[in-house]
Design a protein around this ligand. Structure first.
Ligand code: NAP
Length: 300
């Protein structure tokens, strides 16, 4: 009985190893409890032997300015931001990196010498994840499915990286049009999401990127039809931003037809690595932390 009580009273193992000099990091959001960032970042911090601690911090919508003051006062080294704070943080930054300006969203903030520096790691994380798979978008014709938050960063970054053209195909076509209108390079084209449009576009496509939530674990949505994959050139690659399940039905169907099929785990890890690089100022080889992150995600 006493043993049982002691077990229940024991603090989480991670807290036992926090030094008094540990630099504080966190993810803010509303809601934020579902975030995998603490799990991923603490796994990398531990694997690299860094003296940092990464927490989960609920911040209500509309309270980013107050949070920034609190974080500065409490000596935070930085934080990540998820919904709905990515836009609200923009005007509160002392400086923005190019991608945060381009996407109109901040997902990583570094606090240094009383100043807030805003970054966005979504696009660069995606490009690094592609490169790790030997996929280089310059000159490619891309069929991008979706026009939500992730699609915006991916589409604009693909255009910036020299993709020849990116067809943004979305159920709500108006959202695709709005996204494409934000491309300063004129390489994004809105497209329909119906079977005929997808089949026609697939024929000249080098790379398909699924940025919709179709096929994601815990949701019921699924592609109604995969026949567009049959129209792809044989050497076209198919990338899904979804990482749970590890193999979505889209990827299974693509692999069955002989296409290179890549899930969203690489993006998840690469953008987390980029954030930690910004926070710490050190360069991190994603290969060194991949095992630790995957093990933490499996256990957590
Ligand atoms: P979002 O802003 O909510 O966008 C969702 C997109 O999915 C929209 O384009 C939406 O179309 C489309 N969609 C949803 N249900 C649909 C349906 N039944 N039929 C057709 N289209 C449908 O979400 P997000 O933040 O961009 O995320 C999109 C996906 O990327 C999610 O699965 C997310 O887990 C994944 N993701 C992964 C990573 C990573 O690190 N690997 C990072 C970010 C996102 P409408 O505009 O018509 O509603």
């Amino acid at each position: 009985m006493r043993e049982e009580r002691a077990k229940r009273a024991a603090p989480p193992a991670a807290l036992l190893r926090v030094s008094n000099r540990a630099k504080k990091l966190c993810v803010i959001g509303d809601p934020v409890e579902h975030s995998k960032s603490p799990l991923i970042q603490n796994a990398m911090i531990e694997a690299l032997g860094l003296d940092y601690l990464y927490l989960c911090q609920p911040v209500p919508r509309g309270a980013c300015a107050r949070w920034l003051e609190c974080a500065q006062f409490a000596g935070y080294a930085g934080f990540n931001a998820t919904m709905p704070h990515k836009q609200e943080l923009l005007p509160l930054m002392d400086a923005l990196d190019g991608d945060a300006s381009l996407f109109g969203a901040v997902n990583t903030v570094c606090l240094r010498d009383g100043k807030a520096y805003g970054y966005n790691t979504d696009g660069e994380g995606f490009i690094r994840a592609l490169a790790a798979e030997g996929i280089f978008p310059a000159g490619m014709s891309v069929l991008l499915l979706g026009a939500g938050g992730a699609a915006k960063a991916v589409a604009l970054k693909l255009a910036q990286q020299g993709a020849r053209r990116v067809f943004v195909s979305n159920r709500t076509e108006e959202k695709a049009r709005q996204l494409c209108a934000q491309d300063p390079l004129g390489r994004l084209y809105p497209a329909g999401f119906d079977r005929e449009s997808l089949r026609a576009l697939a024929a000249g496509t080098d790379l398909v990127v699924n940025c919709t939530s179709l096929g994601m674990e815990g949701t019921r949505g699924q592609f109604e039809d995969f026949s567009f994959l049959g129209a792809l050139p044989q050497d076209a690659a198919v990338v899904d931003l979804i990482y749970a399940p590890a193999e979505t039905e889209l990827l299974r169907q693509a692999a069955r037809r002989g296409h290179k099929a890549v899930n969203g785990m690489g993006l998840l890890i690469q953008q987390a690595v980029l954030s930690l690089e910004h926070f710490t100022g050190i360069q991190i080889d994603p290969v060194c932390v991949q095992g630790a992150v995957e093990a933490a995600l499996k256990a957590g």
